[in-house]
Design a protein around this ligand. Structure first.
Ligand SMILES: [Mn+2]
Length: 373
C-alpha cells in the first residue's frame, strides 16, 4: 500500500471452454463436459470465498461462439452468485468464442446482465471507480484481426489499469517479441488467455499470465488454474488455485516384463482414481505368444477410472521363438515362417504393428505357448 494502490483482488480465468466436445475421451466426453461445469461452479464459489472484487475472463469462456442457450443460462446463473455481492465480471472473447454477429456475445445474451461487461473487438477501457481499477482490453472477432493485439489499448483514469485479452502466444512473433509487447503496455497486470498451459510471461515492468485451461483439454497436457491476483502490493502477487478435478496420466509398460494379464491388471488397478484419465501404452517387446485382450481389460477396469484406454503396440520378440522359421513342418512352424516373412516385408510402422499383433495372437491361438489368461 506504499503508493496508495487500492486493495483490489481479482480472479483471472481463461480457456474454460464450456460445452467443448473432448473427442479424445470418446463416450466419456459428455461426463467431462459435466465435470467442467461443476469445476466452473467451484471457481465461482472460490471467488466468493476469496473476497474478490473482480473476475476477469480472458477468452474462451465457451468452446464456441454459439453455445447452447441452456449453457448460457447456466453461466448467467453462476455469474449472479457473484454480482449480487457486488463483484464485477469482465469478459473478453477469445479464438474459440470469438465475437460473431449471431453469436452469444454480439447476439446479446449478456446485455443488461448487471455487473457483467463484454469487451468489444475495438480496444475499450472499462472504468470501475468504486474499485479504483480500469480494465483495458478487447475481444477477438471472427473477422480478420489487426496484427498487433495490444494496439490501441489505453490506460484508464483509475490508479490501476489491468489489461485483458486473448492472443495466440505462438503467433505473437516469438517469446522475445511478446515480452517486448507486454513490457510496452505498462499495465499493472496483464490478464491473458489463449494458452491451454499455464504460463507466466511477465516482464520486470509488467506481470502477465496465461492461466491455462480450467480442466483438461487434451490428454497430454495438465489443466491450468484459476489465478488469484492481488494488486494492493507494490507488485501484484499471483496465486494459482488448483481447481481442476480431472487428471491425466500415461503408463508405459513393456509386455515382456509383465508375467501375466492379472499382474498387468493389478498394476493398472493400483492407480484407480475416479478423476483420472489413464492411458496404458504397451510397447517394446512381447513374448511371441503373449496375447493381451486390451478391450476386455479396459471393460473390466474402466469403472475404477474416469476413463481408461489401453493400447498394445508391442512386437513379438522373435529371439525367444523355440521353432526357428523354416525348420518345421508343424502348423505353428509354418505360421512362424509366414509371419516372419510378413514382418520383414512390412512397409510402414503401422503395418509392422498390425503384423506383430497378428503374430502374437496367432501363436497364442495355436496354443503352443498359451499364456495364463
Ligand atoms: Mn482456448
Amino acid at each position: 500500500m506504499s503508493k496508495g494502490k487500492p486493495e483490489v483482488r481479482f480472479l483471472h480465468l481463461a480457456d474454460v471452454h464450456l460445452g467443448a466436445s473432448f473427442p479424445w475421451l470418446g463416450e466419456r466426453g459428455a461426463a467431462h463436459r459435466k465435470r467442467l461445469r461443476q469445476t466452473f461452479s467451484d471457481v465461482v464459489l472460490q471467488a466468493t470465498n476469496s473476497g474478490v472484487n473482480l473476475v476477469l475472463i480472458a477468452g474462451d469462456l465457451f468452446a464456441s461462439s454459439h453455445p447452447h442457450p441452456e449453457l448460457t443460462e447456466f453461466v448467467i446463473a453462476q455469474f449472479a452468485r457473484l454480482t449480487t455481492s457486488g463483484v464485477e465480471i469482465v469478459i473478453a472473447a477469445g479464438e474459440a468464442d470469438a465475437l460473431d454477429a449471431q453469436g452469444v456475445y454480439a447476439g446479446g445474451a449478456f446485455d443488461g446482465v448487471a455487473g457483467v461487461t463484454v469487451l468489444p473487438a475495438a480496444p475499450k477501457v472499462g472504468e470501475f471507480p468504486g474499485l479504483g481499477v480500469a480494465v483495458s482490453g478487447r475481444s477477438v472477432a471472427r473477422v480478420k484481426e489487426t496484427a498487433d493485439p495490444f494496439k490501441g489499448l489505453a490506460a484508464g483514469r483509475q490508479p490501476v489499469t489491468i489489461g485483458l485479452l486473448a492472443l495466440d502466444p505462438n503467433r505473437a512473433g516469438g517469446r522475445g517479441a511478446l515480452a517486448r509487447a507486454i513490457a510496452g503496455t505498462r499495465f499493472a497486470y496483464l490478464a491473458l488467455g489463449g494458452s491451454h498451459k499455464m504460463m507466466d510471461v511477465g516482464t520486470d515492468a509488467v506481470p502477465a499470465w496465461f492461466p491455462g485451461s480450467l480442466e483438461l483439454m487434451v490428454r497430454t497436457e495438465g489443466p491450468g488454474a484459476a489465478l488469484l491476483v492481488d494488486v494492493s502490493a507494490e507488485r501484484p502477487s499471483v496465486t494459482p488455485l488448483p481447481i481442476a478435478r480431472g487428471r491425466a496420466h500415461r503408463l508405459v509398460l513393456e509386455p515382456a516384463a509383465i508375467p501375466s494379464v492379472d499382474a498387468l491388471a493389478a498394476e493398472i488397478e493400483a492407480l484407480a482414481d475416479p478423476d483420472l484419465s489413464l492411458e496404458v501404452r504397451l510397447t517394446g517387446r512381447a513374448r511371441p505368444a503373449q496375447h493381451i485382450d486390451g478391450a476386455a481389460l479396459e471393460r473390466r477396469l474402466a469403472p475404477r477410472f474416469f476413463s481408461l484406454e489401453i493400447t498394445d503396440e508391442a512386437m513379438p520378440d522373435l529371439a525367444l521363438l523355440e521353432e526357428a522359421p523354416g525348420r518345421s513342418v508343424t502348423v505353428t512352424g509354418k505360421f512362424v515362417e509366414l509371419m516372419t516373412a510378413q514382418l520383414q516385408q512390412a512397409g510402414s510402422e503401422a503395418e509392422r504393428r498390425r503384423v506383430g499383433a497378428a503374430y502374437r495372437l496367432g501363436l497364442w491361438l495355436l496354443g503352443e505357448r498359451r499364456e495364463p489368461a
